[in-house]
Structures are given as structure tokens and as C-alpha cells.
Design a protein around this ligand. Structure first.
Ligand code: 2IT
Length: 446
């Protein structure tokens, strides 16, 4: 494989799809050496086939807003790779959603799902629908209209969507209601992240954040460090940030920052139960601002226009959006003494920032390893649905622990450099790739 040639070809075919090209380049650079030790991969053109999605559905979603006006959005489902299992991945509702964003996410999902140890292929979907400021009725009508188009292309053994940015339990509920009506079957396993009374898995809402902290614990313990007493800066205040803040606090760390598009909350005394619960209220208010947190808790300060990375911390956890931490932010964190960065958002760090962290020799791990607990617990939800049973929270949490330990071990196995430094980016990419590549090889040219 020649990365330069493959990338030049992709850039020609998909001009301007920057996030997608960024995600592919990172994986190809990581796997190049290992790939070239396997002439059978080269012969089967595994990489050339893997970088393109199997298929993309694009559809119009038309709905009526509260003023009676007709609105039109674009909807997508990208079925990326089904070598090791049915297509699996979230749905993102955000005004900036476009094919490049969903292709990067679907590509990443393929390797992430492979790392989970469970049999799931990669997919992603979404819409440029902007949930900010929408009423509950508008959200419901949009979700219904979205599913009206999508339902025929998904199924418990075909393609299983879930939540992502802008899609939580409420949206999954509305989408499932419409799916059930159209399919005339109670196929619970067609979506994950469901409500607890109708097939949802305990711990799924917490799983992305909890799993991330379990991963961080493994990283730290290997490096001879502990999370207890460490200061943690978290970006975002949504479902993922909430799970991370909850578990970090439970493990004895002090969460000193959360943030939103409007600025950062400096929280020098750390989280309390009330503060963590208020994060959920902020998300549910649908306003996408974090400032009210400081009005509610006088021991905190709102700093407008600033990112979480402006707060001095030991551990930085990007939990919001892709490329939310750039090279300048990385320099600021390093100067302030940050010694561990774990991406919890997908591709939260730019390539420049990752290069900074790795050059400084601090602990850094990529989203596809750190945040895989979310989709892994979706996989456990599918298993419970298929078996028509419900596991206890403790059973699910124990399995999540096992999975995160296994992902960490795979990263260490494939990412340990001759000098002992663990390149978690390389480790995660090679481990995720090997399993998918082997399956594609054995299944022939399809
Ligand atoms: O990025 C992700 O892994 C998710 N949004 C969760 C996907 C899933 O199928 O649970």
C-alpha cells in the first residue's frame, strides 16, 4: 500500500470531504507497515475496498413545524462495512451534518466496533435537522418523518441505528414508535438506546462515559498513575460528558470544567450529585448553552467564549464534537501540565494536537478505543433483545469492564513502540483493522 497514492485518489474522488479524508489518512498511516507485511491483503485490495462505504442512502425528510410551516431536511444512512456483523452505528442530528461528516463517522465506527470484541459492522446516519430550540412536538414529527424513509433499510440483523449527537432516548423512542407502526412487528433489536420499559439495556445511557473512564483507569494503571485526586477538564455537557463526569467523580477525580458552545464553566470544587443532575436538565432544555450552570451553582464561574482546554487540568477529556481540540489547545494544555488526554468524542483531536501530545510523550488515546463502551453496550442490548431477557445493571457493567480491558490490551499489543511508549492511535487502528481485513479476505470479492 502506498498511502500517498491512495489518498490522492480519494481526494480526487471526494474533493472537500475533509473530515472523511482526515479519518482515512490517520488509519492508513497507522496500518501501513503492518499491512505491507501481509501480501494477501494487498492482493485482495482490502484497503481500497475498505475506505469506501458499501452504500449510502440519501433521502428528503419533510415535516410540519409548530407554526404550520413545511420544513425540508436531508437524511442519510451510510452502511459502511458489514464484514464482521450487521451494520451498526448512531444517528446524528446537527445542523452541520453532511456526507463527509457521516462517512468519517461510519469509517471510524467500523474499526471501533471491531475493537469491542462483538460482531458488529460499521454504519452512521443522521440529518442536518437542528434540534436546538425545537419543541417536543417538532422533535417527534421530525423523528417520525425520518423513520418513514429509513425503516425499510434497517433491521435487527441488517442495520441497527442508535443515538449520537442530538439523538438521545427521547428521539430513539419516537423513531421506534414509527418503525413499529410501519414494520408491523415488535422488532426491539432494530434500534439501541431504547427506554428501560421496552427493551433498553441498563447502563446504556451511562456506557460511553463509564467505559471511557474504565479505559483511562487502565491507561493510568499501566503508567503507574492513579485517577484519584486528579483534576479533569471535560468539554460538552451532553449524555457523554454526563457519564464521564459521573464516573470520574465516583473514582475520586475532581471535574473542574464542563463546557458548551457558549463558553466554559470553571468548577474548582468539583462535581456534586446536584451538579451532575443539572447537566441532564441543561441538555433537556434544548438550548445548547452551559451558562445557566453558573447561575444555579454560585461556587462556579462561567467564562464566555473559552474552551475547556483553557482550564489547568491533569486529564483532558474531549466529550463534544470532532476536531474540538486543536494544535494551539494542545500547546496550552501541555504548558499547564496536562499529562493524559483521552478522546471521548469521535475524532475530538486534530492531527496537529495528537502530534503535540505524542511528541511530548504524554498519555493519549483515540476515540475509537476510549468511547467504544457506548456501542459495545448497544451490542449487549442487541443480545438481550435477541434472547428476550434483561440483565441487571451489575451484569452489564461487568461485561463493559471486561470489554474496555480487552480494548486496552489490544491497543497495548499492537501499539507498544520499541522504547516502551504506547501509541494508542496506532494500536487501536491496527487491532481494529486486522479483524475486519481477515473477515473480508475470507468472504471473497463482494
Ligand atoms: O459513536 C458511537 O459509537 C455512537 N454514537 C454509538 C453507536 C451505537 O450504535 O451505539
Amino acid at each position: 500500500m502506498n498511502v500517498t497514492n491512495i489518498m490522492a485518489d480519494l481526494e480526487r474522488k471526494h474533493p472537500g470531504e475533509n473530515e472523511y479524508l482526515q479519518a482515512v489518512r490517520e488509519v492508513l498511516e497507522s496500518i501501513e507497515q503492518t499491512y505491507n507485511e501481509h501480501p494477501e491483503f494487498e492482493k485482495a485490495k482490502i484497503v481500497e475496498r475498505m475506505v469506501e462505504p458499501d452504500r449510502i442512502f440519501t433521502f428528503r425528510v419533510t415535516w410540519v413545524d409548530d407554526r404550520g410551516e413545511i420544513q425540508t431536511n436531508l437524511g442519510y444512512r451510510i452502511q459502511f462495512n458489514s464484514a464482521i456483523g450487521p451494520y451498526k452505528g448512531g444517528i446524528r442530528f446537527h445542523k452541520a451534518v453532511n456526507p463527509s461528516m457521516l462517512k468519517f463517522l461510519g469509517f471510524e465506527q467500523t474499526f471501533k466496533n471491531s475493537l469491542t470484541t462483538l460482531p458488529m459492522g460499521g454504519a452512521k446516519g443522521g440529518s442536518d435537522f437542528d434540534p436546538v430550540g425545537k419543541s417536543d412536538g417538532e422533535i417527534m414529527r421530525f423523528c417520525q418523518a425520518f423513520m418513514w424513509e429509513l425503516w425499510n433499510n434497517i433491521g435487527p440483523d441488517t442495520d441497527i441505528p442508535a443515538g449520537d449527537v442530538g439523538v438521545g432516548g427521547r428521539e430513539i423512542g419516537y423513531m421506534y414508535g414509527m418503525y413499529k407502526k410501519l414494520a408491523r412487528e415488535y422488532n426491539t433489536g432494530v434500534l439501541t438506546g431504547k427506554g428501560m420499559t421496552w427493551g433498553g439495556s441498563l447502563i446504556r445511557p451511562e456506557a460511553t462515559g463509564f467505559g471511557a473512564l474504565y479505559f483511562v483507569e487502565h491507561m493510568l494503571s499501566r503508567a503507574g498513575r492513579s485517577i484519584e485526586g486528579a483534576t479533569v477538564a471535560i468539554s460538552g455537557f451532553g449524555n457523554v460528558a454526563w457519564g464521564a463526569a459521573t464516573k470520574a467523580t465516583e473514582l475520586g477525580a475532581k471535574v473542574i470544567a464542563i463546557s458548551g458552545p457558549d463558553g466554559v464553566i470553571y468548577n474548582p470544587n468539583g462535581m456534586t450529585k446536584e451538579k451532575i443532575a443539572f447537566m441532564l436538565q441543561l441538555r433537556a432544555s434544548n438550548r445548547n448553552i452551559v451558562a445557566p450552570f453558573a447561575e444555579r451553582f454560585p461556587d462556579t464561574t462561567f467564562i464566555p467564549g473559552k474552551k475547556a482546554w483553557s482550564i489547568k487540568c491533569d486529564i483532558a477529556l474531549p466529550c463534544a464534537f470532532q476536531n474540538e481540540l486543536n494544535g494551539e489547545d494542545a500547546k496550552e494544555l501541555l504548558a499547564a501540565g496536562t499529562w493524559c488526554v483521552a478522546e471521548v468524542s469521535n475524532m475530538g483531536c486534530t492531527p496537529e494536537s495528537i502530534a503535540e501530545f505524542q511528541a511530548a510523550g504524554i498519555l493519549f488515546a483515540p476515540g475509537k478505543a476510549v468511547n467504544a463502551g457506548g456501542v459495545a453496550t448497544s451490542g449487549l442490548e442487541m443480545t438481550q433483545n435477541a434472547m428476550h431477557i434483561c440483565w441487571s445493571a451489575a451484569e452489564v457493567d461487568e461485561k463493559l469492564h471486561y470489554i474496555m480491558r480487552s480494548i486496552h490490551e489490544q491497543c497495548v499489543k499492537y501499539g507498544t513502540q520499541p522504547d516502551g511508549y504506547v501509541n494508542y492511535v496506532k494500536g487501536a487502528n491496527i487491532a481494529g483493522f486486522m479483524k475486519v481485513a481477515q473477515a473480508m479476505l475470507e468472504q471473497g470479492v463482494v
